[in-house]
Design a binder for this molecule. Structure first.
Ligand SMILES: Nc1ncnc2c1ncn2[C@@H]1O[C@H](COP(=O)(O)OP(=O)(O)OP(=O)(O)O)[C@@H](O)[C@H]1O
Length: 263
């Protein structure tokens, strides 16, 4: 069966329609976001091996681990991209079953992935890239608000997006997510390959996003920077969750950092 024609691939979903969100949070509360027992494969390669985590509304979660631990794969599975293929598990966002959706439906349900390679559309200006994000309602931030928060983008609104510097492209990728009405922002290595001065600028933007209470997952090689931003952290190792706690607990636990983050 080709990936294109594959069913949603979540084995439990065959037995239940419509899906009913289970109560799993602490004290019988449903979490705002909940991933439960996600298993995902690239072809025969079993990469995401039973990953579960919850996020409260407005929280920032750092998703950490060494190279190859499965962080990007976990984000991609949550975003419902075709690869890796989710074969089992439940993913709920604000009571909506993402595991029953394809990527474009998950996006409409409020999920925005800012991928590591930023995916700026060639041939389009900064503003056209943003306009594309607002092709269907509901919209998020207005252009005015985006250009106020990202003045560099305002100055370059008529410039072709792919000719921006790496840091400006990262800003455009984040701004494009905010132009939609999002409930969960997934950031994959937002500081990757950027000069320290640009990292500081992106950090300031992410601090603003935090103040606005946008629920966010951040994957970052620069774990210390991510931990300073985050409220909570999970650590992955070989496709499994080996730690789930507060960001401060990771900062304070040198043994844990050495074992799983080489810090
Ligand atoms: N398209 C793919 N096909 C097959 N295997 C893949 C594919 N993409 C990633 N993998 C494998 O899945 C594992 C997890 O990769 P992933 O990119 O999720 O890790 P990561 O924690 O994000 O690492 P990094 O920090 O290096 O980006 C790795 O062993 C990787 O080689």
């Amino acid at each position: 069966m080709s990936e294109q024609s594959a069913p949603l691939g979540v084995d439990f979903a065959k037995d239940r329609a419509p899906a009913v969100e289970p109560v799993r949070g602490q004290g019988g509360q449903r979490a705002y976001f909940s991933a439960w027992e996600m298993h995902a494969y690239y072809g025969e390669s079993y990469i995401v091996q039973g990953v579960s985590f919850d996020i409260r509304e407005g929280e920032i979660l750092a998703l950490l681990g060494r190279n190859g631990a499965g962080k990007t794969s976990t984000l991609r599975a949550v975003a419902r991209l075709e690869s890796p293929q989710l074969t089992h598990g439940e993913i709920w966002l604000d009571h909506k079953p993402l595991h029953e959706m394809r990527a474009h439906e998950a996006s409409r349900a409020g999920l925005a992935l800012v991928p590591e390679d930023r995916r700026i559309i060639p041939g389009l200006t900064v503003e056209e890239n943003l306009r594309l994000a607002q092709i269907s309602a509901p919209h998020g931030w207005s252009f005015e608000r985006i250009y106020e928060s990202f003045p560099r983008l305002g100055e370059r609104r008529w410039q072709e997006g792919v000719t921006l510097s790496g840091g400006e492209q990262q800003m455009l990728a984040i701004a494009r997510a905010l132009a939609q009405d999002i409930k969960l922002l997934l950031l994959d290595e937002p500081y990757e390959g950027l000069a320290p001065v640009i990292v500081q600028e992106i950090e300031r933007i992410l601090e603003d996003i935090k103040k606005l209470g946008i629920t966010t997952v951040i994957v970052e090689q620069n774990a210390i920077a991510a931990l300073h931003l985050a409220d909570r952290a999970i650590i992955l190792d070989m496709g499994q969750v080996v730690f789930d706690g507060t960001a401060q607990e990771v900062i304070d636990n040198e043994e844990l950092r050495q074992q799983y983050l080489a810090l």
